[in-house]
Design a protein around this ligand. Structure first.
Ligand code: KG4
Ligand code: ZN
Length: 346
């Protein structure tokens, strides 16, 4: 089904809308993308759900209008509407789901609810037409850390996920205890670049499990590492002097675990493509180390930072593939704070 999709994402603290051209098999070009970040949360050091919902409600109309205008299309030119249905903050999701659903119902357009993490998985297809399964996907965001075997679009085998904090969450928490702002990932990466490697040799959580038999091989855990950084921070008598070294030690530990497990999975599955998605995929040090590690036999695919943090274009990309298969959501679609990843096994 060739046409034009309007996609809406409101799962957390970005109000976003995008217009995409679609072909018979999936996304065929991004026409516009508007992302409005809610800066109100910075003063609280994290996202405040109630404030997020209100901000979405205030801005969703103008964000959608702007996306349509900059794509040079009107509502009459649309062939479908897609929204993030979950997982995320339920009040925030509700705004996008209701807005999209009302518009689709009023216009008699096909309507589809998309899983936020499947959106992250599709983000790189918007820029790289060669990118397709089979591949190993590392999804690392503020709420999730998942290693996936993707033999085909829509078929996902969970190799491992985090037992506690997500990778991005660990970056945010460590940034907070080092006195850096929110979100913490970009601040830690920048500071770590000036830190001395090896001065703080933090544990590599669950890395040794990779060499043992069992279901824990590809699992992650970041909360112990966060505690180790907390202890080292408290033990420091000159945080000004030690801050960059602490950031470096923390980042080196997280990245080593992410890189080694992703590389091993691709090796074992004999895949020549590795994909990284989600907000933490903005970390250029992660991408550089992973590229170096798998260089002889695999390429690393990652979207540009604008498409890796939360945005509606990636939701449109996943929707384009599902709509092309004839999938639709009913008018009874409701947002879900937790939502099963479609097609996920394991
Ligand atoms: O995917 P995303 O925008 O939102 C969620 O779905 O959670 O991811 C946000 C997360 C935050 O935890 C943020 O600190 C992290 O991505 N992040 C980074 C970097 N840029 C964003 N983490 C590490 N290094 C970065 N450069
Ligand atoms: Zn996300």
């Amino acid at each position: 089904m060739a046409g034009r999709i309007l996609a809406i994402e409101t799962s957390c603290d970005e109000t976003s809308a995008a217009v995409l051209e679609t072909g018979s098999a999936g996304p065929a070009g991004l026409k516009s993308l508007v992302i409005l970040s809610q800066d109100i949360h910075a003063v609280f050091g994290g996202v405040v759900p109630e404030l997020a919902s209100r901000a979405h409600l205030r801005t969703i109309g103008s964000v959608v209008d702007r996306a349509l205008t900059s794509a040079g299309v009107g509502l009459d030119d649309l062939s479908a509407i897609a929204v993030t249905a979950g997982p995320g903050l339920v009040g925030a999701l509700l705004v996008g789901v209701m807005y999209g659903k009302s518009l689709a119902f009023a216009r008699g357009l096909p309507f589809l609810g998309v899983h936020h993490m499947e959106g992250h998985l599709f983000a790189a297809t918007l820029e790289d037409p060669e990118f397709k399964p089979p591949f190993v996907g590392l999804l690392v965001s503020g709420g999730h850390t998942m290693l996936l075997d993707v033999p085909e679009w829509g078929q996902y085998r969970l190799l491992g996920q985090t037992r506690d904090d997500a990778a991005g969450e660990a970056f945010d928490k460590v940034a907070a205890l080092l006195g850096l702002g929110y979100p913490g990932g970009p601040a830690i990466e920048k500071l770590a670049a000036t830190g001395r490697p090896g001065r703080y040799d933090f544990p590599r959580p669950m890395l040794r499990e990779m060499d043992r038999e069992g279901s824990e091989r590809y699992e992650f855990s970041f909360s112990g590492l966060k505690t180790a950084v907390l202890r080292a921070t408290k033990a420091s008598n000159d945080l000004e002097r030690d801050r960059a070294d602490l950031a470096r030690g923390f980042q080196d530990a997280v990245l080593e675990v992410l890189v080694e497990k992703t590389a091993r999975a691709a090796e074992e599955l004999n895949y020549d493509t590795v994909m990284v998605g989600g907000g933490v995929a903005c970390n250029q040090t992660l991408l550089a180390r992973l590229r170096e590690r798998v260089k002889p036999w695999a390429r690393v695919v990652a979207a540009t930072p604008r498409l890796n943090t939360d945005n509606a274009a990636m939701i449109g990309a996943a929707a384009a593939w599902r709509l092309a298969r004839g999938e639709r959501s009913g008018w009874d679609l409701e947002p879900r704070a937790d939502m099963n990843f479609p097609g996920l096994k394991g």
